[in-house]
Design a protein around this ligand. Structure first.
Ligand SMILES: NC(=O)c1ccc[n+]([C@@H]2O[C@H](COP(=O)([O-])OP(=O)(O)OC[C@H]3O[C@@H](n4cnc5c(N)ncnc54)[C@H](O)[C@@H]3O)[C@@H](O)[C@H]2O)c1
Ligand SMILES: O=P(O)(O)OC[C@H]1O[C@H](O[C@H]2[C@H](O)[C@@H](O)[C@@H](O)O[C@@H]2CO)[C@H](O)[C@@H](O)[C@@H]1O
Ligand SMILES: [Mn+2]
Length: 447
């Protein structure tokens, strides 16, 4: 990455300042000031108490490492969104309490319970869309020239909603999953990181395939990667040295089974939910799901470390580190700020990028990032298997957005029942009826 080429300094807002991912982003921003200089860093959240715990630690970090940067944490949209160049959005509408129900309700009916997949993902989508649209509107009101990079999940459904509801807004929906996997690919072939790879990838969010991976000399890395993935999935030696949570270990390992289904490509890990739902359900505990793990591990670690920093009054010895999630979003902002045309993935209207797929689908493909945002690259034709998978899932995502906009029970039932992981319309209805009750404070009344 090049160094900053002029004397501009940027103002960044993290929306969802109370997110467990916020400290990693702050660390990455502070480590990268030579490439992406800051004049202001602000946090915004609608839960001031949760955000304060992260913000009090971040304030110490900023004061120690870059006291010239103005730092502010607020729950006031006007204060937050005024004088901002980039918004990094990562909100979770309904927080972990609702994520837990997204996972547990389907499992109670014998169906995969997952944050962004199937009924759980759709339920989360209907909560998330109004929250993200509100952020976009605040940005356009108070800082109309700003860009928003949005991580808030379920990114596929949120992206379909922003395409329809705010087609001209400067929001780019993104995901760290293929990014994390490409860092793993780099390790497998002995390269430094994902930026050493030149790749072709296409699909929907959490639902895509690599068709080509090379190094910068043009050497084809697919044979070596396929050999590794067939045996170990995307697990790498570091996982055992650094320690990996059991559920992620399982997910990275299962890429071997997903790969076996189409050995011409390399798969995104979350395809496991669609291709092996029976096995996933068998390995799930309906009383202790991923949310319980996150609350016991990531949330506890992050909030514990923030409390320690605040108690000691210093962050000089902090264990917070940049990671793939934080480096990716900062790289994207840098590419837009300096018009670098760096090639990175985004979730973007298809418009021919995958030539035989609905032009209005929100697809995930490599783009060139520059001052005008993301310019998609053509990935050619999806193969027959991928065309079938994408076409069905694209309809599920579109029906979910239709249901929210039209307040339609039937469209939501169609979305649930069309979803590959739900066995039939009866089970879909049982899950939906439980979800309607659980989401009564978030969803509109459905007719
Ligand atoms: N796209 C990706 O690849 C990717 C990767 C990681 C995380 N995520 C997403 O990032 C988000 C944050 O994840 P987390 O686990 O850190 O969650 P978290 O619950 O720790 O943080 C989310 C924060 O959002 C706040 N919030 C909720 N609704 C809001 C609203 N309407 N306005 C302002 N703030 C609001 C909450 O108070 C909370 O502090 C989630 O949506 C998660 O799914 C996406
Ligand atoms: O279950 P969680 O909350 O730990 O994670 C759900 C998110 O999983 C993906 O992000 C991973 C990423 O793939 C991995 O490389 C590493 O960075 O950890 C991330 C999560 O901790 C996914 O892309 C997100 O959309 C999910 O929210
Ligand atoms: Mn993701």
């Amino acid at each position: 990455m090049t160094h900053a080429t002029d004397d501009r300094k940027f103002s960044v807002l993290i929306a969802g300042g109370g997110s467990t991912y916020t400290p990693g982003i702050v660390l990455t921003l502070l480590n990268g000031l030579d490439k992406f200089p800051l004049r202001k860093l602000k946090f915004y959240d609608n839960d001031g108490e949760r955000q304060k715990k992260i913000a009090d630690a971040a304030r110490i970090l900023v004061k120690e490492r870059a006291p010239e940067i103005e730092f502010e944490a607020t729950t006031n949209p006007a204060e937050a969104f005024t004088d901002v160049d980039f918004v990094m959005a990562q909100i979770r509408v309904g927080k972990y309490a609702m994520r837990s129900l997204d996972e547990k309700i389907p499992l109670k009916h014998g169906v995969v319970g997952q944050e962004t997949t199937g009924p759980g993902g759709i339920a989360y989508g209907l909560r998330s869309i109004p929250g993200v649209i509100e952020l976009v509107d605040y940005m356009e009101k108070y800082s109309p020239n700003a860009w928003m990079l949005n991580y808030s999940n379920p990114a596929a459904i949120v992206a379909e909603a922003t395409r329809r509801l705010r087609p001209n807004s400067k929001i780019i929906n993104i995901c760290d999953m293929p990014i994390g996997i490409m860092d793993r690919m780099a390790k497998i072939v002995g390269l430094k990181d994902r930026n050493d790879l030149v790749f072709r990838y296409y699909g929907l969010n959490h639902f895509g395939w690599w068709t080509d991976v090379r190094d910068k000399t043009g050497k084809d890395l697919m044979p070596q990667l396929k050999k590794h993935v067939a045996k170990h999935g995307y697990l790498v030696d570091d996982d055992y040295e650094d320690g990996i949570e059991p559920s992620w270990e399982e997910t990275f390992k299962m890429a071997a089974d997903v790969y076996a289904l189409d050995p011409t490509t390399l798969p995104n890990t979350y395809l496991k939910y669609y291709t092996y739902p029976t096995q996933v359900v068998k390995h799930s505990d309906p009383n202790y799901t991923r949310t319980d793990e996150v609350e016991a591990h990531r949330q506890k670690l992050v909030f514990g470390e923030c409390a320690r920093i605040v108690e000691n009054g210093t962050a000089k010895d902090t264990g917070f580190k940049p990671d793939d999630h934080s480096t990716y979003i900062v790289d994207l902002c840098t590419a837009i700020a300096y018009d670098t045309k760096q090639r990175m993935l985004a979730i973007i209207p298809n418009e021919g990028a995958i030539s035989n797929i609905d032009p209005t689908a929100m697809v995930e493909v490599p783009c060139l990032f520059g001052a005008n945002g993301a310019e998609r690259l053509a990935m050619g034709k999806a193969a027959t298997y991928q065309t079938g998978m994408i076409t069905e899932q694209n309809s599920v995502e579109k029906l979910a957005v239709d249901a929210l906009l039209e307040h339609s029970y039937t469209k939501l039932w169609q979305a649930f029942s069309l979803c590959k992981i739900v066995p039939d319309a009866g089970v879909a209805k049982d899950i939906l009826d439980d979800m309607v009750v659980a989401n009564k404070d978030y969803w509109p009344e459905l007719n």
